[in-house]
Design a protein around this ligand. Structure first.
Ligand code: RIB
Length: 294
């Protein structure tokens, strides 16, 4: 069984701010750093650092060498990553003194996926392989359709939520990993219990992991529900905390760990990521997660 993550690769321009800039305000930042990120790249790196074999597919533009290097250095197979003309996907991220962020996303190369490229990549994957997706690339609906035809197991992190997701057939998805904001956007329900109930009603065969920020995470399938608390740490930068959780949880499934043990490992990994700056750079190695004293 192989794991393909078809997703974004971004350059993150991260600005340290006292507070998030407000409309009409000009705010000086305390510093700027460039990090490698993108929900796709972060999740592939989390999978690889957790010890899983992962193939990443996606597009980089001008200046994308560093994104390829980061993937390779982390042990992500980058054979299916392609180059296109024009700018890379990038973000402008404000991180405030509490470690909270807000992100402005420019799709760039990530939005240049073609049906031909999708077909070329999927030709290398077969029934039973896992396909992980987020929502920072175009043609998500097509990728889901083709992957389902090929009997791949589809795991979706519907993040960030936008109108494009409405054209995707969620009935083809085996597992959703989403936070409470995305859960509310997908279901129209405001509270976690209602979100879970509605997701179960809509997609009764899917497994659901709903992350709840400081309230932890909930796993739900047709038979059981498990809850996992966070491991509290001083937040430096919450960027990629959810991606770290996602990558580590999927790695736990691949290893055959029980769901409660997988949730616990993912929560620990996510806490470590929150205590560090940057996106991909903040994702811990498996050894660090196992040894982290929290
Ligand atoms: O989830 C964090 C990621 O979201 C960042 O790395 C940024 O690139 C945005 O895509």
């Amino acid at each position: 069984m192989k794991v393909l993550n078809f997703g974004s690769l971004n350059l993150d321009y991260v600005y340290a701010v006292d507070h998030m800039v407000t409309p009409g305000e000009t705010l000086s930042s305390g510093g700027m750093q460039t990090f490698c990120g993108g929900k796709g790249l972060n999740q592939s790196i989390a999978l690889a650092k957790a010890g899983a074999e992962v193939f990443h597919a996606g597009l980089v533009g001008d200046g994308g060498d560093i994104l390829l290097d980061v993937c390779r250095n982390a042990g992500v197979n980058s054979d299916y990553i392609s180059r296109v003309e024009g700018p890379c996907g990038h973000t402008i991220i404000q991180v405030d003194r509490n470690g909270q962020n807000c992100i402005l996303l420019y799709g760039g190369a990530n939005r240049k996926v073609t049906e031909e490229y999708v077909n070329q990549v999927l030709a290398n994957f077969h029934s039973g392989d896992i396909l992980l997706l987020q929502n920072e690339i175009n043609l998500l609906d097509y990728i889901i359709k083709r992957a389902y035809e090929k009997k791949l197991t589809i795991i979706l992190n519907p993040s960030p939520y936008n109108e494009a997701l409405k054209s995707c057939d969620f009935n083809k998805v085996s597992m959703f990993l989403l936070n409470e904001v995305e859960g509310a956007q997908v279901t129209g329900q405001p509270e976690p219990e209602e979100i879970l109930e509605e997701l179960r009603r809509l997609y009764p065969d899917a497994k659901i992991i709903l992350t709840l920020g400081s309230a932890g995470a909930v796993y739900q399938d047709a038979k059981v529900q498990y809850r996992q608390s966070i491991f509290p740490v001083k937040a430096v930068d919450t960027t990629a905390a959810g991606d770290t959780f996602t990558g580590y949880f999927i790695a736990s499934i691949l290893e055959g760990m029980s769901v409660p043990d997988g949730l616990r490992m993912a929560a620990r990994a996510s806490s470590v990521a929150v205590s560090r700056a940057g996106a991909a750079a903040s994702i811990p190695l498996r050894r660090e997660v196992d040894e982290y004293n929290i």
